[in-house]
Ligand binder design. Structure first.
Ligand code: ARG
Length: 274
């Protein structure tokens, strides 16, 4: 009897010891992970995201921010910034040309992790999405033919104006001409909107300054001029994630902060931003 009891006691003791060891090891592993210096080895919540390839959506007819080279690769300022951020983070990403409206739809429904498309941070968009800190300052400008008599935003009233659909240029046109004005013609992308000015379909187009200037630079034969007007607000570009995706948002802001501090961002954009 005594012998049996003793072996039972020993077994219990052994089990208890084993359990304690297991707990200890588990605890230790966690601590090591959390305190680990290599952020690439981050455990817990981050590990899934850090090991995953981040899917980025864009609309790649927006030089110099995103456009295609001869081979169909997406290149531009946004891509250079993403390269720098993801290198800092030790993470990978893939960028896809999905079109302007789909960027928003697919970030919202989770098909894409984020949008990088010269996207202006607006209060309206902030209701559905979260944005990184700003990486570029922009504004809208008017583009007209060289012989046009239009001189200001005010002069656009009563004229036909082309814009990229659901862009901040589109918003600006609505503000000037009225929310439902039939004089506003909205196109898939900005180059198409500018093309309509060249065709004579519209009297003017409204679009992001750097992109309009780049268009004129790349098409030296077209006779266009740019009108700047204080009526247009300052805008700031940010990278966009689904609302509540703070994990990715924090990583992006972390990487962005690093390339702001080491001067890489300014080198890419030619602009200083806080
Ligand atoms: N900045 C403007 C906006 O957010 C236009 C961006 C258009 N971007 C593009 N890749 N087509 O509405």
């Amino acid at each position: 009897m005594v012998k049996k009891n003793r072996s039972l006691f020993m077994m219990l003791l052994l089990t208890l010891l084993l359990m304690l060891t297991a707990c200890g090891a588990g605890g230790e592993k966690n601590t090591t992970g959390d305190a680990g210096e290599n952020t690439g080895d981050a455990t817990g919540e981050n590990s899934g995201l850090k090991d995953k390839k981040i899917l980025v959506g864009t609309e790649a007819t927006f030089a110099p921010f995103e456009y295609m080279d001869d081979k169909g690769n997406i290149i531009g300022i946004d891509v250079d910034i993403l390269d720098a951020i993801f290198e800092e983070l030790g993470m990978e990403y893939e960028i896809r040309h999905v079109g302007w409206d789909p960027v928003f739809q697919q970030v919202q429904n989770g098909e894409l992790d984020m949008g990088a498309s010269g996207i202006t941070i607006t209060d309206e968009r902030k209701q559905t999405f979260d944005f990184t800190n700003p990486y570029f300052e922009a504004t809208q400008v008017i583009v007209v033919t060289e012989d046009s008599e239009i001189e200001s935003a005010e002069d656009l009233k009563g004229k036909k104006v082309s814009v990229q659909i659901n862009s901040t240029g589109h918003q600006a046109a609505k503000k000037l001409l009225g929310e439902t004005s039939p004089d506003i013609l909205a196109y898939e992308n900005l180059p198409l909107a500018i093309q309509e000015v060249i065709n004579g379909t519209t009297a003017a187009a409204i679009g992001d300054n750097a992109v309009v200037y780049e268009y004129i630079k790349n098409n030296p034969n077209v006779k266009l001029k740019v009108i700047e007007d204080d009526a247009f607000d300052k805008e700031y570009y940010g990278f966009m994630v689904k609302k509540g995706n703070t994990e990715l948002l924090n990583l992006l802001n972390e990487g962005l902060q690093k390339i702001k501090e080491n001067g890489k961002l300014a080198e890419i954009t030619g602009q200083e931003i806080e």
